[in-house]
Ligand binder design. Structure first.
Ligand code: GLU
Length: 482
């Protein structure tokens, strides 16, 4: 059998984390089996679908490296096919027009509630007499189209993730609406559960891999496949992505879309890597840092968990840091420049590339996210740097001013090297009889405006190249209260 899978996002929002993860599982499965991965944009909800969301979804998938072999197909362009199939069901007596008004349906549900029954359509228009139908038509009542569901059916499938799943026909809420209300001689807008089945049939999808939130749709869809005379594909329902408290991940957890991760400074490789691990465990012995192509060789549903996958920021940050730490400095510099520019830092980005790469090399080992480079390098890019409280306090220490003045006097105009910097410190320690620790700590406070930060001597050399070090030392001295 040829494996053909699809991702079917609705463009009612930016590419969501859960959708992207489903996309990755589909992609991995397709590549593992040498099959095809299709992309279908489910834009039948005309009010909520937006072209900019479609664009965001396509861009996000490409950014992650989730390439598709066919599509994107747009459901909005396939309405004729859906209506044709609905007509077929009407002609064969497998679907019918139901003329209930919203008020009548509300009253029906109220009555069910009053009797402690679960709300469902009671199929009251399934067997209207020709006279009753003619009456509704004459009155100009609009109708939905309902697909007949046999309450006595038992529907079962062997889920790739969950094993055997069974549903009773009587738990499906009665005959289901497959087209919205419209004038009774037309077919209204075809609805999700129906169009998905028509598309998956038409696109010869072999495996439907999607989020667990769709599990309740599957029995209805299976009945539709049967009614339309198609082979039922295999289904795999992937576990939900949960927050650390075990609730479904939501906007409140600070994660929504893939473009947010992009802005926050995660690399696409790290995101794709981490999301592969949300619900899938690689075989023992496989490194946790892997490219999607490597994961594709190993991927299979026997190692996809049933339980929800907890989203773990620490793990994601660790994975991202692994990618950043092993990246070529030139490439990392290219990725950092937009963050520095967005922060408003000014620099000769093209002209002084060598200096920039030294900055990158300096901070690379401590970066977990690209955006962290902005605060980490503020002292290098900000000529009018303020001093943090701890740095101010350090300048008030006994002998701090002596250390800073002595260093300032010994400074070369430019061309400071590691050796020269060490030499200056040694000399000041010796000639002024100061502790080396005090000199270094005070220098850090004076040069970088803070007591925390990357390697001091290297920072000093970078500032010296900009002609900033002497100025900083003078500014720091001005802080000292005498
Ligand atoms: N359009 C649905 C969604 O965005 C997916 C439908 C499916 O995969 O069957 O959730």
């Amino acid at each position: 059998m040829t494996v053909r899978v699809r991702l079917a996002p609705s463009p009612t929002g930016n590419l969501h984390l859960g959708t992207a993860r489903t996309g990755i599982f589909n992609w991995l499965f397709a590549r593992h089996h040498g099959g095809q991965f299709l992309l279908r944009i489910e834009d039948t909800d005309l009010e909520r679908s937006r072209p900019e969301y479609t664009q965001n979804i396509l861009d996000g998938l490409k950014w992650l490296g989730i390439t598709w072999d066919e599509g994107p197909f747009f459901q909005s362009q396939r309405m004729d096919l859906y209506r044709q199939k609905i007509q077929e069901l009407l002609d064969r007596g497998l679907a019918y027009r139901a003329y209930d008004t919203p008020e009548e349906l509300d009253a029906m549900r109220e009555a069910q509630k009053a009797q402690n029954q679960a709300p469902r359509y009671d199929n009251r228009h399934r067997n209207l007499t020709p006279e009753q139908r003619a009456e509704y038509e004459a009155a100009g009542r609009p109708a939905v189209i309902r697909f007949i569901i046999d309450d006595n059916r038992e529907i079962a499938w062997n889920d790739l993730v969950r094993g055997t799943v069974t549903w009773k026909g009587s738990d499906l809420g009665g005959d289901m609406v497959i087209a919205r209300q419209s004038a009774s001689d037309t077919i209204g807008q075809p609805l999700y559960n129906f169009v998905v089945v028509v598309d998956d049939m038409d696109m010869a999808i072999s495996h439907v891999i999607r989020g667990e939130d769709h599990i309740g749709n599957t029995p209805k869809q299976i009945l539709l496949y049967e009614a339309l005379g198609a082979t039922v594909p295999q289904f795999g329902h992937t576990p939900l992505i949960l927050n650390q408290q075990g609730a479904k991940l939501s906007k409140r957890d600070g994660v929504t879309s893939i473009s947010d991760f992009q802005k926050m400074g995660y690399t696409p490789e790290a995101i794709a890597n981490y999301m592969s691990l949300l619900g899938w465990s690689p075989p023992e012995g496989m490194n946790e840092i892997f490219a999607l192509t490597e994961a594709a060789q190993q991927f299979g549903f026997e190692r996809v968990n049933k339980a929800g996958a907890k989203f773990d920021w620490d793990k994601l940050n660790w994975i991202n840091s692994q990618y950043l730490h092993h990246m070529q400095i030139a490439q990392l510099t290219d990725l950092l420049i937009p963050y520095w520019q967005a922060a408003g830092y000014e620099f000769d980005w093209q002209g002084d590339r060598a200096w920039l790469e030294q900055v990158t090399a300096l901070i690379a080992p401590s970066l977990a996210r690209l955006d962290e480079a902005v605060p980490m390098t503020e002292y290098l890019f900000t000529p009018q740097l303020g001093f943090a409280d701890d740095a101010k306090a350090q300048m008030q220490q006994k002998d701090a001013d002596t250390a800073v003045s002595a260093v300032a006097e010994a400074l070369p105009e430019s061309g400071l090297t590691q050796e020269a910097a060490q030499e200056i410190v040694q000399q000041v320690v010796k000639s002024k009889g100061l502790k080396k620790g005090l000199v270094m700590k005070t220098l850090r406070a004076a040069l970088t405006g803070s007591l925390q930060g990357p390697d001091l001597v290297q920072s000093w050399i970078l500032l010296n190249h900009l002609g900033q070090d002497k100025l900083r030392l003078q500014q720091a001295l001005a802080l000292v209260e005498r």
